[in-house]
Ligand binder design. Structure first.
Ligand SMILES: C[S@@+](CC[C@H](N)C(=O)[O-])C[C@H]1O[C@@H](n2cnc3c(N)ncnc32)[C@H](O)[C@@H]1O
Length: 220
């Protein structure tokens, strides 16, 4: 994680022209892809822990190594922090042969958030805040569908929780996410720049040390 990282470059110069129509299409047509059996099994295990604990939940989706989730769990001892990432390699600091880590108020699961978000929605977890820290930017114009706000699961993801914080090192990602939130939620959302002196995640540290501007989009 020590190598300098290149600034995001793109053939887009602003918010994607198709973003509004894509979100309206996804709002009108709920995402129905079947869950993968692996996701259902791991969700079932996490759901039992969460039901028993009966605490508010903080989600850290795409948590990478789980270090951001660990920091959030230390900062929020009155909540259960759930970090989710699909990468076995990234999570191997905390998870060895199992697909779940459960210690104190931190749970890490190896799963695909596209399935897990929809299962959470059906289980009515009490989610206090949802973090999306430095998602892959997918910066090419034809990659809009791979960004969270361009994905068909986006409306369902937003409905999990009123308080969302996205961090990114690509200004257009932040502007599109703000646009998408305002369109769906109907409230104005701000973009702030981050002057990090302590880092919430490995990618935040790497991007900051590479001299990138860092942005956060936060709902109230
Ligand atoms: C750029 S990394 C950022 C990791 C971490 N949030 C950080 O800031 O250090 C993006 C992460 O999102 C994860 N990811 C991407 N799509 C995902 C999905 N559908 N389900 C779960 N994790 C996903 C990747 O495996 C990767 O670890």
């Amino acid at each position: 994680m020590s190598n300098a990282s290149s600034i995001v470059t793109s053939n887009q110069t602003g918010v994607h022209n198709d973003l509004e129509s894509s979100i309206k299409k996804h709002l009108a047509n709920p995402f129905r892809k079947p869950y993968r059996p692996f996701s259902a099994e791991i969700f079932h295990q996490a759901n039992e822990i969460i039901s028993d604990a009966n605490l508010p939940v903080i989600l850290d989706s795409g948590c990478g190594t789980g270090e951001s989730s660990f920091i959030l769990s230390e900062q929020n001892q009155d909540a259960l922090v759930i970090g989710i990432d699909k990468s076995e390699k990234r999570l191997d600091k905390f998870i060895s042969d199992e697909s779940i880590y459960n210690e104190n108020n931190l749970i890490l699961i190896r799963a695909d958030v596209i399935d897990i978000w929809r299962m959470i929605k059906q289980s009515n977890w009490n989610i206090k805040k949802h973090y999306l820290l430095y998602p892959n930017p997918w910066p090419k114009k034809d990659q809009l569908k791979r960004r969270w706000h361009g994905h068909p699961v986006f409306p369902e993801m937003l409905s999990l929780c009123n308080q969302i914080e996205l961090r990114t090192n690509w200004q257009i990602y932040a502007e599109e996410f703000k646009f998408a939130l305002e369109l769906v939620v109907g409230e104005s959302v701000s973009i702030e720049t981050i002057n990090a002196d302590s880092f919430i995640s490995p990618f935040e540290k790497k991007y900051y040390e590479s001299g990138h501007e860092l942005y956060r989009v936060v709902t109230s």
